[in-house]
Design a protein around this ligand. Sequence first.
Ligand SMILES: [Zn+2]
Length: 251
Amino acid sequence: MATFSTEGVVLSHSSPTDSGRLVTLYTWGHGKLQARLRGSHKTLSKLAGNMEPFCDGLFFLAHGPGGYTVIGVDAASPRSALKRKLQTTAAASIVAEAVIRLTHDQQPDRRLFAVVQSVFSFLDQKALRTGSLLLLITWFFLRFFSLQGSGLEFSQCVRCRKKLTPGTLSISFSLGGALCGECGRLTSDAQALRADTLKLFRLLNEAPLADVLRVKTSTASLVQALNVVSRLYRYHLEDSSPAQQFFQALS
Ligand SMILES: [Zn+2]
């Protein structure tokens, strides 16, 4: 059985059974993977405390015919501040669920690892108001889909390539970005987009995580932006998702 260590974050875990419990990790070296925590309830409890959702650390794993097993963890953070509030827990759950459902096993993307780790850390360190949480989630999804190769384009009309001017703007998921008024009328899945929401998307697309909370916008554009990324997520899932409940808990 091969053993190795890698940095990782816990995305979710299953309820414990007699044979242990399953955890889903996103790791720096191996991408998303499911690993078993073995042991009796007593020995498990020692390890399990560091294997709660959103924890990060250095994980020691064994890989054999039965899959991955967690041998140990050198925990960096239990993320206890994050988990004290329903809204930050909901935000972290949205991030974890998107990674679980829309990435493939064992295909590491180190940029995505850094994004997920930094979002959990951000949620753990800062006392965030609802508006800041919505900005953060919107930023995460723009970055996430961009890393997945299905990011939205906001710099020009995705259909005719003309400069976008305030007016009748819209957005299309099938074409992958913003549309001018004329092209919006010709596109079946075009949805109306406020000019200030377009501006917000452009700012968030450029902003590193540390600058996200400095982005100023109207409540209406923030609500629309979250609505767009939530529908984009559903579009990529192609089915209904439990994350919708978390979106509702945030709004
Ligand atoms: Zn156009």
